[in-house]
Design a protein around this ligand. Structure first.
Ligand code: PLP
Length: 371
């Protein structure tokens, strides 16, 4: 058999303004080209401590159990859901977006019973509806999506939701994939028991090592489960031995991704988390003003600066606009999902991509695409 021919790697130069990945900061790319050390090397163990400390800063938490899970955001998501759902537990999840549906599938696979709290796609959950659903279903866990990437909806007033859940004795799981490092998020102050995220959104590192934090109550549930978690790889009670005191082998950490995450989090700390939230709001605000000046509006009832759903005028083919932006301007954006398919563009403004130059380029290119 002849060896296959593959040319040198030359990815095109893109401006990444879609729902993720965002552009990776040059410092993060540089960190990824530094030499590997072993995943149990004392130097790597020190680096793990630093990553955990930087993650706590970014999540605004003192939670001891704060780690990057090996894998993309879905791995951190499934870790949270599979570990906090015992067979026969009832888990309340939203139905107002694509990622609430993914939560539901993961709960079912973990052996739990799914109950839904409803809101239209494009709207956030109403705390009164969450309270009514808690009354009716008495859930063990309440999951919600802080920043719904499919609809561009920010769930406001998170403490109202967590208070309702706690009053009913339920733990809370927050999807913070599109908010961590870009939109105000305060895990401890807001009473979130488990928050998971990803690196390729507002942290601007490549996907592959995904942040997760658990409160003491959540850790207690994980360690006192009757039945072991069905996934060996994502069993947090086993992973705790690697990320905790013992540093015992569980699986080989994705070393280069951990380097990348460390550098990305160093950038967050240098900028300051509050300043970073403010930058996202300011730069995405310019994007919103720009598209509104073109006569277009946003389709979300609760603006999420990191993901803007731009409503397209009737009769405009979303695929043609997306193709034009990519082929003529090298700019990546995405179309709508689910109930919003065909009606909107999803324009990200995340991390290193949240820069005035990118917004100017996008607004000008969109004007050209719609001309
Ligand atoms: N949750 C939300 C809100 C997301 O936007 C995504 C990815 O876009 C995920 C979960 C899953 O993350 P990943 O694609 O990195 O597995």
């Amino acid at each position: 058999m002849e060896p296959p021919e593959a040319g040198e790697l030359t990815p095109p130069d893109r401006t990444l303004m879609g729902p993720g990945p965002s552009e990776v900061h040059p410092r993060v790319r540089r960190a990824m080209s530094t030499p590997l050390v072993g995943h149990l090397d004392p130097a790597f163990v020190d680096l793990m401590d630093e990553v955990q400390e930087l993650l706590r800063y970014t999540f605004r938490t003192d939670n001891e159990f704060t780690i990057p899970v090996s894998g993309t955001g879905s791995a951190a998501m499934e870790s949270a859901i599979a570990n906090l759902t015992e067979p026969d537990d009832t888990v309340l999840v939203p139905d107002n977006g694509y990622f609430g549906d993914r939560m539901a599938s993961m709960v079912r696979r973990a052996g739990g019973t799914v109950e839904r709290v409803s809101a239209p796609w494009g709207a956030p959950l109403d705390p009164d509806d969450v309270a009514a659903a808690c009354e009716t279903h008495d859930p063990d866990v309440v999951g919600f999506v802080h920043a719904e990437t499919s609809t561009g909806v920010l769930q406001p007033d998170v403490p109202a939701l967590t208070e309702i859940a706690h009053d009913h004795g339920a733990l809370t799981i927050a999807d913070t994939v599109t908010s961590l490092g870009g939109v105000e998020l305060r895990v401890d102050e807001w009473g979130i028991d488990a928050a998971y995220s990803a690196t390729q959104k507002c942290l601007s590192a490549p996907p592959g090592a995904s942040p997760l934090t658990l409160s003491e109550r959540a850790v207690e549930k994980v360690t006192s489960r009757d039945a072991p978690v069905r996934s060996w790889y994502l069993d947090l009670s086993l992973l705790a031995d690697y990320w905790g005191e013992e540093r015992a082998y569980h699986h080989t950490a994705p070393i280069t991704n951990v380097y990348a995450l460390r550098e990305a989090l160093r950038l967050v700390a240098e900028e300051g988390i509050e300043a970073r939230w403010e930058r996202h709001e300011r730069v995405a605000g310019a994007l919103r003003d720009g598209v509104e000046a073109m006569g277009l509006g946003l389709a979300s009832e609760s603006w999420l600066p990191s993901l803007n759903t731009v409503a397209l005028p009737d009769g405009v083919d979303d695929t043609a606009v997306i193709d034009h932006l990519l082929s003529e301007h090298g700019i990546e954006v995405a179309g709508g999902l689910g109930d919003l398919a065909g009606d909107v563009l999803r324009v990200g403004c995340m991390g290193h991509s949240a820069r005035p130059a990118n917004v100017l380029a996008l607004v000008a290119a969109l004007g050209d695409a719609l001309a």
